[in-house]
Design a protein around this ligand. Sequence first.
Ligand SMILES: [Zn+2]
Length: 460
Amino acid sequence: MLSRIPLATRVRSAPARRSIWNATKSAVFPAFSQATPRTASSATLTKPKPPVFAELPKPVPFTFVEDTPIVSVDEKKVAIGWDTQTWSRFHHVWLRDHCRCPKCFHPVTKQRLLNTFEIPLDITPIHVESKPEGMLVSWPSTTGHQSLYPWTWLQENSYDPPLRQQAAYDNKVLWGSKIQKAPPTVTYEQVMQDDELGLFRWLSNVDKFGFSFVTGVPTTLEDTEKLSERIGFIRETQYGKFWDFTSDLSRGDTAYTTMALGAHTDNTYFTDPCGLQLFHLLEHSGGSGGATLLVDGFYVASILKELHPEAYDILSRVPVSGHAGGEATNFYRPAAPSGYPVLNHDRTSDELYQVRWNNDDRSAMKRIDPALVEDWYNAIRLWHKGITSPDAEYWVQLTPGTAVVINNHRVLHGRSAFDGKRRMCGAYIGIDEYQSKLSVLTEKFCINENQERSVWSPLL
Ligand SMILES: [Zn+2]
């Protein structure tokens, strides 16, 4: 049974971590109430400046346990005293299930080998010993099975209470329009280098800010495709694999027109919306407009939660369905018939991990609780005010040679109307491919520095 934390507390407020780009609450109040639609002419158009890196994650420090901790055993659990104040308790059955000796856990494939269902639920160790390298547990068995758990691993995986489980949210820098002063940027040259450090910086920017520019990209389809593939394989959709489009309404979607598009996330009609989206403007001639709009959905959510917790709660609970139905040959809708809420949270930490919002693609709200109709319309109005507030909108005029990658689960995008010939190319990359690459690079640069992945990796 999961403990239910009140929805109103769901976005962790982390005021200390907010960057200088964040406006104060008093600055946001009027912005939320006076928001007006933006046009390219009123937008602040800036060119990305030299590379701006997110600070790379610090290597995970190995905790030297100076004195070997005290261990004590009762009927159901082992208690480990890290110091006089801090204790972790582990159930015997949990410890036996998490044995990572080569018989119980495959050292290469990193898969469980032991039969969990043969462990007696009342299993009790016959001996527990505190050793400098970890806790040695001897289990009742005819073959004398022993498990050794490193102290750092026990701290990282402590669940009673959780000790070192770093919240993913803690790495994020929430931003508003002032990010235009120094947007996260890397160069193409850095990203394409074999040592992958530039690639790690790029993805660390995305992890922290939800987007990053890449400057100096050759203005060809082939080079932009290669850039996308540095992250992972491209996710093919009904719009193709690596796409290249002009405003010719060749597809049944407003993206293929010259119309302005308000801030939205893509693929709200998919069960699993694409994770990253890369855009590269290859050409814009004989016209003007077409500025790109980026809005940090996590930032707007954090403000909404502070100012209107009841609206935040509704957006976190009421599922919304979407559809892509503009082409006769396909019809997309999410697998869950009622769809998914606008704000989606991790079940135990209650961290916000995904924003899904595209009012244009929203389907009929036929499953909404009748008691919530008015509250829900009020909540989406407040959300709309937030994402269209000048404090939240970051407008940038992309130029050929600068690509931008955004996390479609966090950052909303849009554009102003334009005329002339505008050619844009880009790709989608699944959230899992992106996270896999980021994990591998985090491991490479911060965890084990080119050594083989250990069975005690904090990521397993
Ligand atoms: Zn074992």
